[in-house]
Design a protein around this ligand. Structure first.
Ligand code: NAD
Length: 360
């Protein structure tokens, strides 16, 4: 039986169109092999949308995304739009997309490929074999809690205030996503909080613990965030899936990403409940190399693999793409950002061709 999916493509700006073109070819090829049919619809976002419509996320784009099964985003932004007022900036489109699709879970994998161990700033023996997924709550916590602002006290001092708050429902829904992700991985979930100091973290810990009875096959552990940061650098192999709140996740996901040392290799996903999820590389639009066929398309291609695995439940197709990435790296193909001695230097398109060959 053929499975059919509607995919919205958001190429965006800079290197976006170059790298998403590679991912589309890979998806078409893997689709043929796995009996999956994709209908791709391209929509405007970021600087490209500002040029065409005056706004970074046109309503028509949001509607197209809502009507699809998954959204594959490349990258947005560039020098040209940096001076615009905040509401017209490309990044505002990204926040609008997250809000519009109610994407509350951010998934950031950090996997060390054996061929790129040397790219890590840490010693090979510490990072070899690392394969971590950080699940970060994206729409709550201290970034959104009320009250917030800078207020005057009675004595005339200024006082900056933010509020870290989570409801039980907010914790439950992100924990559920994390348990389900862990189920598709090595079935270990580490919840990170600061329950020794923060009441909001105590609630977080209580709810995550309570939910674990629904997932008896997942081994749940808890760490305080300071210890988690230390352990991520000291012994990252101990982690499989990590779940944490918005602030802690913001910091820990970047720390975990740096274990890999190569920004052109990192995919990510933002997911909601019963709505299409958005899959995109962690890197930006790299305007410094746009249009020069120098971009590494692998983070985008791995984002397409994440889309298959976590967005569409097509694990076999995802495996095939990841294996192809593995193979081209084994064959020594490298774009400029991951180039090292003795390897074969390729551009974005050539990397795409090598991937297609590996797939076939
Ligand atoms: P960037 O990630 O675009 O680039 C940082 C450096 O990494 C640059 O030297 C770039 O050439 C290189 N790089 C990034 N991706 C690469 C790839 N796939 N292959 C090879 N090299 C790659 O970050 P930046 O320079 O801080 O931002 C540039 C623009 O991107 C800005 O407008 C920023 O707002 C935007 N941005 C967008 C997103 C997004 O779309 N989610 C994320 C971050 C930054």
């Amino acid at each position: 039986m053929t499975n059919s999916y509607r995919i919205t493509l958001l190429p965006g700006d800079g290197i976006g169109p170059e790298i998403i073109a590679v991912a589309v070819e890979i998806l078409k090829a893997v689709g043929k092999q796995c009996d999956i049919e994709f209908t791709f619809t391209e929509a405007l976002m970021g600087g490209a949308a500002i040029e065409a419509t005056g706004e970074p996320l046109p309503q028509a784009t949001l509607e197209t995304c809502r009507e699809s099964d998954a959204v594959l985003l490349a990258a947005i932004g560039g020098y040209k739009w940096d001076h615009l007022p905040r509401h017209q900036r490309p990044e505002t489109g990204l926040l609008g997309l997250r809000a519009g699709l109610e994407l509350f879970a951010n998934l950031r994998p950090a996997k060390i490929l054996p061929q790129l161990v040397d790219a890590s700033p840490l010693k090979g023996e510490i990072v070899e074999g690392v394969d971590i997924m950080v699940v970060r709550e994206l729409t709550g916590g201290v970034y959104f809690g009320e009250p917030k602002g800078i207020f005057r006290t009675e004595t005339g001092q200024q006082r900056g205030v933010n509020t870290m708050a989570y409801t039980d429902a907010e914790v439950d829904r992100i924990a559920k996503v994390a348990f389900e992700i862990a189920q598709k991985r090595n079935r270990q979930l580490c919840s990170v909080d600061k329950a020794n100091v923060l009441e909001v973290s105590q609630l977080w810990r209580d709810r995550v613990s309570a939910l674990s009875s629904s997932y008896p096959e997942i081994e749940l552990s808890h760490l305080y965030v300071d210890n988690a940061a230390m352990q991520l650098v000291r012994a990252p192999k101990q982690f499989d899936t990590i779940v944490t709140g918005n602030l802690f996740g913001d910091i820990l996901s970047d720390a975990a990403a740096m274990l890999t040392g190569s920004i052109g290799m990192l995919p990510s996903a933002s997911m909601g409940e019963g709505k299409p999820a958005v899959f995109e590389p962690v890197h930006g639009s790299a305007p410094d190399i746009a249009g020069e066929d120098k971009a590494n398309p692998l983070a985008q291609v791995l984002s397409a693999a994440m889309m298959l695995r976590y967005g569409l439940d097509e694990a076999t197709a995802a495996d095939k793409i990841e294996q192809a990435v593995f193979q081209v790296l084994d064959q020594g193909y490298r774009t400029g950002d991951i180039m090292s001695d003795g390897m074969t230097f390729v551009g974005c398109q050539q990397m795409g061709e090598a991937l297609l060959k590996a797939l076939s």
